[in-house]
Design a protein around this ligand. Structure first.
Ligand SMILES: Cc1ncc(COP(=O)(O)O)c(C=O)c1O
Length: 392
């Protein structure tokens, strides 16, 4: 009998990265448009706080649920900014990034056979995290002709007696679609009607463009006590390598289970990273604003650029840092194939451009590729030129 972990596929993105590294090592100019990690440095006040914590010997075991100062800052932020009516800081738990927050949320919530409704395409790890405790992902196709909206009618139609939760991610990876407050209110009403939980992954809450405002589904009073919200410092503060995140829920039973999971997994996040987190949350937010403005400027270069390339039909993202592009039926293919892997390999082999094959994000992703616009403006402009040459 195979172990459950043997069926987990982490393959696609690693394969792309490895191919890109080989090209890079061979001295070729490459464009890493597959990387979901921005080119920014950690803001200076956070760097300083981490260095100070290290020098001051704040390097001993922190509580496994997180430093009290950090949990207080997180509570303040979710109450005031996200408008989540979280009771107190006992209901906010510090995790090793957003992935770990989601791991804990599903592990604490699900029992074998429980179904979780989620969008397809979706950040590939989500389905695997649902499967870990024996949960069953139930994908809802996001359709181009509907602007990739997470359709409440489709969600309701997918509910069975085994349904346990609805997963929502806005702004969404890989499409960059932002689910409107109205859609989220409709989803909340469905959750109440069918007695379901809501798991809200708000990893990209600050990476949102065109003066839109992020909306947190857990702020809706009717679902506030049946929502688990997951956050990360990775995208907002360019802290991907420092591994800091958190989750918030008012449910005592879930909090209690998560406390045990924290003790048994990370036993607490690195103390100096947490002191960096305190500085991030309590210090000035100018750097965040600057990063988001810069990302919007990058989108405003990359998206019109990719639209000029006939091989793709692209969706304009309202948030996150990805452009989701449909492969044109006119593209002649590569090595006898026309699928998302063929396009990915073609871009890497012929132009040194990295991308992620849509199939890596679920069945509905086939026929698409995802470009990340995390690199600087100059490199993005060059990457468009290179692709224009390739497809001319
Ligand atoms: C939708 C989504 N959720 C959560 C995460 C988790 O990020 P991290 O574990 O770096 O905090 C990511 C990372 O790319 C993501 O795209």
């Amino acid at each position: 009998m195979t172990h459950g972990l043997d069926n987990v596929t982490l393959g696609a993105l690693v394969l792309v990265r490895d191919k890109m590294m080989v090209q890079q090592a061979a001295g070729r100019k490459v464009y890493r448009l597959e990387v979901g990690d921005t080119s920014f440095d950690v803001p200076v006040n956070i760097q300083q706080a981490i260095t100070d914590a290290l020098r001051q010997g704040k390097t001993h075991y922190p509580p496994s649920t997180g430093l009290p100062q950090l949990r207080k800052a997180m509570l303040h932020k979710v109450q005031t900014e996200n408008r989540l009516p979280i009771k107190d800081d006992e209901h906010v738990l510090v995790t090793s990034g957003g992935m770990h927050a989601l791991y804990m949320a599903f592990a604490a919530l699900l029992e074998p056979g429980d179904e979780v409704i989620l969008p397809d395409p979706m950040w590939s790890e989500t389905a695997e995290l649902i499967k870990r405790p024996g949960g069953v992902p139930v994908p809802i196709t996001l359709r181009a002709d509907q602007g990739f909206l997470y359709d409440p009618a489709d969600i309701e139609a997918a509910i069975t007696p085994q349904a346990k939760a609805i997963y929502i991610n806005s702004p969404q990876n890989p499409i960059g679609v932002v689910f409107s407050e109205e859609t989220q209110r409709q989803i909340a009403a469905i959750a109440v009607k069918h007695n379901l939980w809501v798991v809200s992954d708000e990893a990209y809450e600050h990476v949102i463009f065109d003066r839109q405002k992020h909306f947190s589904i857990g702020s809706i009073p009717e679902v506030a006590d049946r929502t688990i919200t997951a956050y990360t410092f990775s995208k907002t503060y360019a802290m991907t390598g420092l591994r800091l995140g958190y989750l918030a829920t008012n449910d005592d039973l879930l909090v209690n289970r998560c406390r045990k999971l924290l003790r048994l997994t990370t036993n607490g996040v690195s103390s100096i990273t947490q002191w960096g987190g305190v500085a991030a949350m309590t210090g000035p937010q100018d750097a965040v604003q600057e990063m988001v403005q810069e990302l919007e400027a990058r989108r405003n270069i990359f998206f019109p650029g990719i639209q000029t390339i006939k091989a793709f039909e692209s969706f304009k993202p309202g948030g996150a840092f990805y452009v989701w592009s449909k492969i044109s039926p006119e593209w002649r293919g590569y090595q006898g194939r026309r699928d998302s892997w063929a396009m990915t390999n073609y871009l890497i082999d012929q132009a040194g451009v990295g991308t992620s094959p849509g199939i890596a994000f679920g069945r509905a992703g086939e026929g698409y590729v995802r470009f990340a616009f995390t690199l600087d403006q100059q490199t993005l402009t060059e990457s468009i030129d290179v692709m224009r040459d390739l497809f001319k």
